[in-house]
Design a binder for this molecule. Structure first.
Ligand code: NAP
Length: 316
């Protein structure tokens, strides 16, 4: 039997990389093996991956030498950065640059870079429709990822640029789910008016990435986008109402109101939602659920995700 192609997976104990690691491990005859990269090879999540058959290797994305070791001898790599761990677009760009350089040096045959738009191409810094943040960004957690696209391509890395979507899991882990309003009723708050928000179950991002690796060279040199479904705030609220068995109302606030909410990253997220709202045809068009389903036939709809996850959503 031919040797399995090793995929080095960054963030393998996290949402995106974890989905990919589990997808590869669940398909033992698929021809791929997982190298799960983590800072802590002894964590419960790392040990669970090892028990399922992954090679677990230590890495720190802030140490270029450790990235080179992590990619050596692999066929491919899944590259993702961790904006919310540090809130620094400069750090994100530096980490992505180290990943691209290590991928080039290791001679990888296929890299997937988990990216988002550099929104400054649509909304230049002097455009006053939204504030400029940190002096040179419109949506800090998007812009540096999009800027890094050019680093991978200019170094000649055989890369697929993968545009991801808003995780529905944000309703569980990121504080963005329905909250009780002053009248005690649940409210889902976004500054999207009646525009559609492409969303996805985080686990499906990794499953789609596996679909891309399995399709060989077809998507090398291409930018592709995925989503599970495109839904308005009202549609999400209706689905949440059905799943939770209690009414959830969509509260469409303005981006300015959202930016002023004051939690860490509220300005960044307010700008992000405004970008998705104001360039909605582009944004949805770049993330086709049917394409995602062709990569991952198990792609979940919002209703399907809710059926599995509704009890995890904190409502207080
Ligand atoms: N939330 C959303 O809706 C959404 C949508 C699209 C894109 N994104 C982007 O997704 C990215 C995060 O991906 P994720 O959600 O998969 O992350 P995650 O679930 O937070 O997992 C991140 C994993 O990365 C590892 N890690 C963190 N710092 C590291 C470092 N310095 N070196 C090596 N490994 C490190 C951690 O593993 P160990 O502790 O085991 O090392 C952690 O398990 C962010 O950049 C965010 O902007 C988010």
């Amino acid at each position: 039997m031919a040797e399995k192609k090793i995929i080095a997976v960054l963030g393998a104990t996290g949402a995106q990389g974890g989905g990919l690691a589990r997808a590869i491990l669940a398909d033992p005859n698929g021809g791929f093996a997982v190298r799960a990269l983590t800072r802590d090879v002894n964590s419960d999540k790392a040990e669970a991956l090892a028990q399922q058959g992954a090679e677990v290797m230590a890495v720190d994305v802030d140490n270029p030498e450790s990235l080179k070791k992590a990619f050596a001898g692999a066929h491919g790599a899944f590259c993702v950065t961790f904006y919310w761990a540090h809130f620094s677009p400069e750090k994100e760009l530096a980490e992505a640059t180290s990943m691209a350089q290590a991928a080039k040096q290791a001679g990888l045959k296929h890299v997937i870079w988990s990216t988002l738009e550099d929104t400054r191409k649509w909304m230049p810094l002097d455009d006053n429709r939204m504030p400029t943040l940190m002096d040179k960004y419109k949506v800090p957690h998007f812009d540096a990822k999009g800027e890094a696209d050019g680093v991978f391509t200019s170094l000649g890395v055989p890369v697929t640029l993968l545009l991801t979507s808003f995780y529905w899991d944000n309703f569980i882990y990121f504080g963005l789910g329905p909250k009780e309003g002053p009248d005690g009723k649940l409210v889902l708050t976004f500054p999207m008016d009646d525009r559609k928000l492409p969303g996805i179950a985080a686990e499906d991002i990794g499953k789609c990435a596996y679909g891309i690796f399995k399709r060989g060279s077809e998507f090398i040199g291409k930018k592709v986008g995925i989503a599970g479904e495109h839904l308005t705030g009202a549609e999400m609220a209706a689905a949440l109402s059905r799943a939770l068995g209690q009414a959830v109302r969509y509260n469409a606030v303005t981006p300015d109101q959202y930016r002023s909410f004051g939690f860490p990253g509220a300005d960044d997220l307010g700008n992000m939602f405004q970008f998705k709202r104001d360039f909605n045809d582009y944004f949805c068009g770049a993330r086709n659920p049917e394409f995602a389903r062709s990569l991952n036939p198990e792609l979940q709809t919002f209703d399907a995700w809710l059926a599995k996850s509704k009890n995890l959503i904190p409502l207080d």
